[in-house]
Design a protein. Structure first.
Length: 377
C-alpha cells in the first residue's frame, strides 16, 4: 500500500499494525478530539429525519446564498466577499490556477498540496526558507523590500499558523509584504485554534482585537489578498469537506467559471450553521488546547534525544533521535498508534514527526509507547 501524503489514513496504519482501522489511535490528523460537536450531530439528524429531507433530496442552491450569509455574519464581512468550496483543498486548486504562469513565493517546508496544485497550474515556485531556530524570538520572511517593478508577475503564498512548524507569523510581519505582490494567498486552516477568533469586521480596527492574527479585517485595504479557511479541523468534520475563502468579489468571477456545479453538499450547510452557533464547544476547545499542547510538548521534551518545536497550532513538530519512519512503524506494530511522518516535507526528511493533540490520557498513552520503544531499541 502506498505511503500516505496526508494524515488520517487509518487503512494504511491498520495494514501495518495488523488490526482493524477502528483500533488505531490516530495522532496523524490534526483534528479536534473534542468534536464533532453534539450540536452538529443533532442538527444533521434532525435534517435527515424530516418528512422531506431537502438537504439530500434537492440540489443545493448553486450560489450558496444562505451558507455564505451564515459565514459572513460570523466573520462580520459582506456575503459577496465569501466563496465556499469542497474543503480548503478545492479553494487551493483555484488559487493555484489563478497563479498560472506566475512566480509564486512559497515558504518551505510547506504543505505538499501547495506545490502539487501550483505545478499542475503551470506556476513557477520560488522557495522561501522558513525554519526559525527553536529559541528564536521572531523571524522575517523577506529581509529587504522587493522592487515594485515586476510585482505583476509575483504571488505570495503563506500558511499561518505554519504547517508543519506550528509557528504563527505575526500580523506586523505579513502586512508590509502584501503591497509587494500582485496577489497574496494566505491559508489560515489552523487559525481557529488561536484565541480571539472569530467575529471580526473588515472595518474594525486591528487594535480592537489584539489577540487576533487573521488577515480578514485587513482585506478591504488589500484587495489583492485572499484568505482561505477550513471548518474541518476545529469542528472535526473532515468527511463533510467544508472550506471557504474571503476576499474581494472580483476574485470569484474567475473561480466560478472553473469549479464544478454544486461542489458543496446540503449537509455541509446544516453543519456549518450548527457549528458556528456552538459557543460552548468553542470555549471548551480553547480551554483544552493550551493545556494539551503544553502536556505533549513537555512529555516529548522529556524523551531522550527528542526535540519538540514550540508552536501555536493543534500539533507539535518534533525532531527524533533516529529514523522517524522507524519510530512510526514501531508505534503502529507494537501499540496501534499512528503518527505522521514528515517525508512529504522534503526539507525535513526522515528525522521529524508531526503529532496532533489529543486528550491527556491519549497523549499519556503515546508518551508511554514512545518510552517503551526507546528502551527496547
Amino acid at each position: 500500500m502506498e505511503r500516505p501524503r496526508h494524515g488520517g489514513n487509518w487503512a494504511w496504519g491498520a495494514a501495518i499494525a495488523g488490526c482493524s482501522p477502528q483500533e488505531i489511535l490516530d495522532f496523524s490528523a490534526s483534528l479536534n478530539p473534542l468534536g464533532p460537536p453534539e450540536s452538529v450531530l443533532q442538527a444533521l439528524t434532525q435534517a435527515l429525519s424530516a418528512a422531506d429531507p431537502v438537504v439530500i433530496s434537492r440540489y443545493p442552491d448553486p450560489d450558496y446564498r444562505d451558507l455564505r450569509i451564515c459565514l459572513a455574519n460570523h466573520w462580520a464581512v459582506d456575503p459577496e466577499w465569501i466563496f465556499v468550496g469542497n474543503g480548503a483543498a478545492e479553494l487551493l486548486t483555484w488559487a493555484a490556477r489563478d497563479a498560472q504562469g506566475r512566480e509564486v513565493w512559497l515558504p518551505q517546508p510547506a504543505f505538499g498540496d501547495y506545490a502539487r496544485a501550483l505545478r499542475a497550474a503551470g506556476a513557477t515556485i520560488k522557495p522561501l526558507p522558513f525554519f526559525p531556530g527553536q529559541g528564536s524570538a521572531g523571524f522575517t520572511l523577506l529581509q529587504e523590500p522587493l522592487p515594485v517593478a515586476g510585482k505583476g508577475n509575483r504571488v505570495l503564498w503563506l500558511n499561518n499558523p505554519h504547517n508543519p512548524t506550528g509557528w504563527l507569523i505575526p500580523q506586523q510581519d505579513i502586512l508590509p509584504l502584501l503591497p509587494q505582490f500582485d496577489r497574496v494567498v494566505v491559508d489560515e486552516a489552523f487559525m481557529d485554534f488561536l484565541p480571539g477568533e472569530p467575529t471580526l469586521s473588515l472595518n474594525s480596527s486591528p487594535s480592537a482585537m489584539p489577540r487576533s492574527q487573521t488577515l480578514i479585517p485587513h482585506l478591504a485595504a488589500h484587495p489583492n489578498t485572499i484568505v482561505i479557511r477550513s471548518l474541518t479541523k476545529f469542528f472535526t468534520l473532515p468527511g463533510l469537506r467544508i472550506g471557504f475563502a474571503v476576499g474581494h468579489p472580483d476574485h470569484w468571477q474567475r473561480w466560478r467559471q472553473w469549479r464544478d456545479p454544486w461542489s458543496v453538499n446540503g449537509l455541509a450547510g446544516v453543519a456549518v450553521a450548527a457549528a458556528l452557533a456552538d459557543e460552548d464547544f468553542r470555549r471548551r476547545t480553547l480551554a483544552w488546547l493550551p493545556v494539551a499542547r503544553e502536556h505533549l510538548f513537555r512529555g516529548l521534551q522529556a524523551l531522550p534525544g527528542w526535540d519538540p518545536w514550540p508552536g501555536q497550532a493543534n500539533f507539535v513538530l518534533v525532531r527524533c533521535p533516529g529514523s522517524a519512519t522507524q519510530i512510526q512503524r514501531a508505534l503502529l506494530q507494537r501499540h496501534r498508534i499512528l503518527v505522521r511522518d514528515c517525508l512529504s516535507f522534503p526539507e525535513l526528511g526522515d528525522r521529524y514527526l508531526r503529532i496532533g493533540l489529543r486528550t491527556l490520557p491519549e497523549q499519556e498513552q503515546l508518551l508511554s509507547a514512545c518510552r517503551e520503544i526507546l528502551e527496547n531499541s
